[in-house]
Design a protein around this ligand. Sequence first.
Ligand SMILES: Nc1nc2c(ncn2[C@@H]2O[C@H](COP(=O)(O)OP(=O)(O)OP(=O)(O)O)[C@@H](O)[C@H]2O)c(=O)[nH]1
Ligand SMILES: [Mg+2]
Length: 458
Amino acid sequence: MKFLDVAKVYAASGAGGNGCIAFRREKFIEYGGPYGGDGGRGGDVIAEAVENLNTLIDYRFQQHVKAKSGEGGKGKVMTGAGGADAIMKVPVGTEIYEEDGESLIVDMATPGMRYRLLKGGNGGFGNYHFKSATNQAPEFALPGQPAEEKIFILKLKLIADAGLIGMPNAGKSTFLSRVSAARPKIADYPFTTLEPQLGVVKIDETDFVLADLPGLIEGAHEGVGLGDRFLGHAERCASILHLIDGTSDNIAKTYKTIRAELEAYGHGLDEKPEIVALNKVDAIAQAQLVKKRAALEKACGHKVHVISGVSGEGINTVLRAMAHQINQRRLLRAEQAEYGRAAPLPRTRADRQAVNFKAPVVPKAKLTAEMEAARPVARKAAAVPKAVSKPAVAARKVAVPTAKPKPRIKHTSRRAKGNAKVKTKTAKPKIKIKTGKAKARPKPLSKTAQRAKKKQRR
Ligand SMILES: Nc1nc2c(ncn2[C@@H]2O[C@H](COP(=O)(O)OP(=O)(O)OP(=O)(O)O)[C@@H](O)[C@H]2O)c(=O)[nH]1
Ligand SMILES: [Mg+2]
């Protein structure tokens, strides 16, 4: 698939549907009143970062993105259907700019991220909405809100962990093909690579994405050669591998030229940690190699790796140095994500005390001992409701156990209450129940006594 890292897109959201003017006309319903529904909402234009894309080529063929408009309202107070959103799928790492290409709107840096670029218009109110006591038959409705339109510039900055930079023919593509499964074009003429190539590298326990960028030459920042437009892809890299062709004559000058281009480009690229490697050592004599290496170390001021993309010499050492830098950044990002996360709300009392340092922090053991002492008193007080009168409280049964252990009363019949003695299901031990009411109640008469009483009354 062809690589495209800049695209211009004309986008428009959906307009809102118009409100409806309608009146209720039904048999047996006089003065039905206003009956027009609201218009539907227009669709939004939403950008979504997706993982399985690594080019903006789709926007070369589809430069216009338009969301659907909302439908108008209908009679019977029916609201119009909302318009569908237009989703712009972009590769992860795409930056979306205003039309000027300078003002950044959003950086779609994380997979699955969604951002609303344009808002759909709201639907207009139907005449049912304006019904009131003073205007019972409004003959007007509102039109839907208009759509928004805008031109966006999309710029893709590949999410690679490491980038390969250097002069044309330095052996960048050869190195990428050696360390990954990528198969970029390799040839002994300058500017063989015309667009960035990605490859996945595995060294020890680390996997990372390596980007092979087109070569830089003197004056690239002014547009010479392919210019510095692809350097944007190195901006997000944790590590930069600067390859220098060991077979060339003036190695120190080559190094300084590329550094000058990085500084001219800016965007923090010149401050990134850099690993310098002298390439094609298989084609250099040992005596010359020592001299060249010393010259390069003097120019860059730090260690220079000696490698060969063809023979594979020194490649693992360079990859390990890159992996170290990448892992360091990954750790840093993980830490930032951890500390940047909002603290959870305090749930327990101890948590709240930890947050609100003014609250006295009482040791838990001490607190429970005090509470234990206070608990029975509090329970007794709670057991007597205020609304109950004193005689009623007196009449309440008070069970006094005559023996231990204390049994539970499972069932008490009325007669048992009257007899002032209760037989529990467990039978033993016996419980005496003192009841004020029970004493006052007369003993039930026997049947013969009842008959005699009746006769007396007659
Ligand atoms: N002897 C030797 N030749 C190499 C080595 N690496 C690359 N070459 C040769 O150098 C030439 C250029 O290699 P590329 O990998 O295409 O160089 P590049 O940096 O990608 O060049 P551009 O894409 O034009 O920027 C090819 O002919 C390779 O065979 C190496 O380690 N040793
Ligand atoms: Mg190349």
